[in-house]
Design a protein around this ligand. Structure first.
Ligand code: ADP
Ligand code: MG
Length: 597
């Protein structure tokens, strides 16, 4: 007897399960199915996304429907049109050997009269979004007065989306003696309230931790300055050449804009949000499922329905307003036993949200630096090498080989490899050589390039407030570093911080010594300054930079200190010495475009 049989499922369901290729029930299925089959009870089942909740209620529901009766016996409410269609589709698959069982989807944005007609033909199970359902009840197009089962699927999502009133209105139109099955990933206050007010002594099933996300998902955050958000997104994509992802934005407008930019920059991207027509949304989802789209940029609402199993990355381009929403975002990956990564692009001011989310998901984020240009070049290079290795050869090419060999005859194997790979690599390198480091520094990303020649300018977090003037600071540095009189120059003391120069040969000594001492209990922080007075003359942004930097530095200095507390307490990282005014657009994008076309 297989495990599904042990749960009490009948032959026609077992056959369908076999067709679907499900080998073992998931935990929530194992717990919920026997109870729902045996008893007529209310139930609250909490399990993270991707754990098979649809089948957990779908299987027993199908088995309990009386197919000889064509009246509506069950109502499944779900938050979005997409999800509504998916559930309907799943139920149809599960019940493919149950003749005479009819399931109809009811959702906004489609012809209401057509839907009413379908119901008239007989629908024992209706799967509906709350808004459209309420509408059809008001117009007398459906009758749910005799239902035996009401399923609230993704209850937390429905309430998140403001469907409380619709749900309660719909429930008041159903008989008291029905069973209510509530399925949810999380149990916020409002869900508890529904359970309290509309359910009778519900049994509670919990799988995993309440409110926790999938165990298969690793959570990472990338700290950047706000203006680098988009560049960071591109780098994350570039560093993951096989990415298949959902990128979350906060607003429809951002969603559309980011998708457009990505497309313009040569990525296979598309937008999914509520302003698109149904036909457009269907087309986008079709391309996404078909992998023609690698980056689906979506709003939270529009993405609710997405159930695509192989999503490798969820990228939080912006964090959601409600931190709880993060669970649903990250739940789009790591489904059906696969592993996934949820990345957050975050600015300093949003860091506290990371802490809040860690509490909700009961998992720590890993802080990672945005990949550097060189790292990306390497990744792309090896990706290319593997692609060359794995490419399928069309033997049409054979007839050209003698002539091609003629051209390449003088090249050794090694030379040949170098050249083939350079075709792409040169272009990446040309682009990324000029690229700057875009990770905003924190206590732990101590990285960046250290110049090896010329003069180096440093930022140090002590100034006139600490009773230094340029002479006394110079003396202090010289003594601490054990350097000669002229090794420290261009000392410029501001109120809360200062700048000074040394020759590049002293960089290690300065960084290592100064970052490991304290002044009156305060940690001294020295960074290589972008404000490199000696090397960047004539750059466009030179004028006024001092002032702008001052503000930034001061703010950064402060928040750095706060941040240090929760991290590893290492001194703040040095800044990269070089910087380019080039935009992120360039060769790499063109290379990408040509590769992907
Ligand atoms: P949830 O509603 O909990 O987020 P779904 O019901 O959408 O999860 O299921 C997630 C995926 O797992 C779906 O693709 C579904 O077909 C698949 N699935 C469900 N149950 C099983 C099972 N017992 N074995 C293998 N895959 C399953
Ligand atoms: Mg579900």
């Amino acid at each position: 007897m297989n495990k599904f049989e042990q749960l009490g499922l009948n032959e026609s369901l077992l056959l369908a399960i076999k067709d679907l290729g499900f080998e073992n029930p998931s935990e929530v299925q194992e717990k919920a199915i026997p109870i729902l089959l045996e008893k007529d009870t209310d139930i609250v089942a909490l399990a993270q996304t991707g754990t098979g909740k649809t089948a957990a209620f779908g299987f027993p529901l199908i088995q309990k429907i009386n197919v000889d009766d064509r009246r509506t016996q069950a109502l499944v409410l779900s938050p979005t049109r997409e999800l509504c269609l998916q559930i309907t589709n799943e139920i149809k698959q599960y019940s493919k050997y149950v003749k005479e069982l009819h399931t109809v989807a009811i959702y906004g944005g489609a012809n209401i009269n057509e839907q009413a007609k379908e119901i008239k033909r007989g629908a024992q199970i209706i799967v509906a979004t709350p808004g459209r359902m309420q509408d059809m009840i008001n117009r007398g197009m459906v009758n749910i007065k005799n239902i035996n089962y009401c399923v609230l699927d993704e209850a937390d999502e429905m309430l998140n989306m403001g469907f409380y009133d619709d749900i309660t209105a719909i429930l008041s139109d159903t008989p008291d003696e029905k069973s209510t099955w509530l399925f949810s990933a999380t149990m916020p206050q409002e869900v508890a309230r529904i359970a309290r007010e509309f359910m009778r002594k519900p049994l509670e099933i919990t799988v995993g931790h309440k409110n926790s996300g999938s165990q298969n998902v690793s959570h990472e955050f990338y700290l950047v300055n706000a203006r680098d958000r988009y560049a960071a997104l591109k780098r994350l994509a570039d560093a993951n050449p096989d990415i298949f992802s959902v990128v979350f934005c906060r607003t429809k407008r951002d969603t559309q804009a980011i998708a457009e930019k990505l497309i313009e920059d040569g990525y296979n991207a598309a937008a999914l949000h509520g302003d698109l027509s149904q036909a457009q949304r269907d087309a986008v989802m079709k391309s996404f499922r078909g992998r023609q789209i690698q980056m689906l940029v979506a709003t939270d609402v529009a993405a609710r329905g997405i159930d695509v199993d192989d999503i490798t990355h969820v990228i939080n381009y912006q964090l959601p307003d409600e931190v709880e929403t993060y669970t649903h975002r990250s739940g789009r990956t790591g489904r059906a036993g696969k592993s996934g990564t949820s990345m957050v692009i975050v600015t300093k001011s949003e860091l506290r949200k990371i802490n809040q989310i860690e509490k909700i998901i009961k998992t720590k984020f890993e802080e990672k630096p945005i990949p550097s240009g060189i790292e990306i070049c390497e990744i792309q290079l090896f990706h290319l090498a593997n692609k060359i290795k794995d490419v399928e050869i069309d033997h049409e090419i054979d007839s050209y080989l003698p002539a091609i060999e003629e051209v390449l005859i003088d090249l050794s194997k090694e030379e040949l490899i170098k050249r083939i790979v350079s075709v792409e690599f040169n272009r990446f390198l040309a682009y990324y050589k000029k690229s700057r480091d875009i990770s905003a520094e924190t206590s732990s990303n101590r990285r960046g390039e250290i110049p090896t020649d010329g003069a180096v300018r440093y930022f140090i977090n002590i100034g006139s407030r600490d009773n230094f003037d340029w002479m006394s600071l110079k003396d202090f540095l010289r003594d601490t570093l054990e350097l000669g009189r002229d090794d420290i120059f261009k000392v410029d003391v501001k109120e809360g911080f200062s700048f000074f120069n040394t020759d590049a040969e002293h960089v290690d000594r300065v960084m290592n010594t100064m970052n490991n001492i304290r002044l009156e209990g305060r940690k001294i922080n020295v960074e290589i300054s972008k404000n490199d007075g000696s090397r960047n003359q004539g750059r466009r942004d030179h004028g006024g930079r001092d002032r702008r930097n001052s503000g930034n530095r001061e703010r950064r200095g402060n928040s750095d200190r706060k941040f240090e507390g929760r991290k590893d307490g290492k001194p703040s990282g040095e800044r990269k010495g070089r910087r380019s005014n080039d935009t992120e657009k360039g060769f790499f994008d063109r290379a990408k475009r040509s590769r992907r076309s």
